[in-house]
Design a protein around this ligand. Sequence first.
Ligand code: ATP
Length: 233
Amino acid sequence: MLTLEKVTAGYHRLQILHEISIEVNEGEIVSIVGANGAGKTTTLNTIAGLVKPTSGSITFAGKPAGGRRPSDLVQEGLVLVPEGRALFGNLSVEENLQMGGWSRDRADLTGSMDDVFELFPILRERRAQVAETFSGGQQQMLAIGRALMAKPKLLMLDEPSTGLSPKLTWAVLDAIKRIRDTGVAVLLVEQNASQALAMADRAYVLESGSVVLEGPGPQLAQDDRVRAAYLGM
Ligand code: ATP
């Protein structure tokens, strides 16, 4: 569904990603783990069209995706939940969700909103409340819900557990598994490496902008180098 082949990207003359190759297949959760500054956010932003690749190729759903407009990629089903969530703080839950469905016919949005409320019942209870009054966990649920309103084929999540308690982290990661079970592929970036690896069908370890290890998530979690560098063992 998504293939990156030897993608290089960065900011101005500063090269951050060095020929990275990553693949996400239908029905998979794929995790990218790595230290602060390894280039995880830059990878997602490059896939989403926010950073232009300088070489290599990106293919999504059979079509070239590298360097395309972010809004066109959203319409084709490539949707990012950014780091920091970027909610409309003074808008209600319902209004935030409607904004997420901007690329679709209004008539199709009611069913999608019901699906989001089924996944996160707290959002239904608080549908009229403005987003800025929410806890971090509820805001993350809303950010994921808003992305689902665009009907993604591939959902990319940048550090969804940042700032959340262990209980809420578990709730958010569990929701991500349920989203995958509805047929949406997931590309997950996490510093919380142990959970991100445990739940990943496949995973990549990024170091200084290069992929240094890849394999089934639970298998990588057993790798001595990964255990020492990312799992504190
Ligand atoms: P973190 O977990 O801290 O977000 P990360 O693995 O997501 O880390 P990136 O945010 O992709 O890493 O950053 C990779 C490198 O790119 C870092 O050295 C960072 O300082 C640099 N960088 C990120 N954004 C920009 C920017 N807009 N302009 C210049 N350099 C940037």
